[in-house]
Design a protein around this ligand. Structure first.
Ligand SMILES: [Zn+2]
Length: 114
């Protein structure tokens, strides 16, 4: 379950940010995850519970924003969406992924009061 290691690095970053800001508590963490990033949302939420235990992020809200897939054809530049994400629905050539592979922290909210 690689969601746990993903979550650990997210929390590491969040704790660093909190420290730099002298925060006593992390109140919210928002991440953006592409729908083709290969991350299971439920597993990530479960990992969040586990990884934040006994940290200042334990009561934080965790929000996942899903970024929809978008592909662009390498031969005709047509932009397409959909499940068959490597094939252009216009000319049938191969496409490349423009969005949908994201895995990043969008925002971290902290509370400076105890
Ligand atoms: Zn095409």
């Amino acid at each position: 379950m690689h969601e746990v290691s993903i979550m650990m690095s997210i929390i590491d970053t969040a704790l660093d940010v909190a420290k730099q800001n002298d925060a006593q508590k992390i109140t919210k963490i928002t991440v953006e995850i592409g729908e083709k990033a290969g991350v299971v949302k439920d597993a990530l939420e479960f990992a969040f519970e586990t990884v934040t235990k006994e940290t200042i992020a334990t009561q934080a809200n965790f929000e996942i924003i899903t970024i929809p897939f978008k592909g662009q054809c390498i031969s005709c530049d047509h932009i397409f969406t959909g499940d068959n994400y490597l094939v252009c629905d216009k000319c049938g050539n191969l496409g490349k992924m423009i969005t949908g592979n994201e895995l990043r922290i969008k925002s971290i909210e902290v509370d400076e009061c105890v």
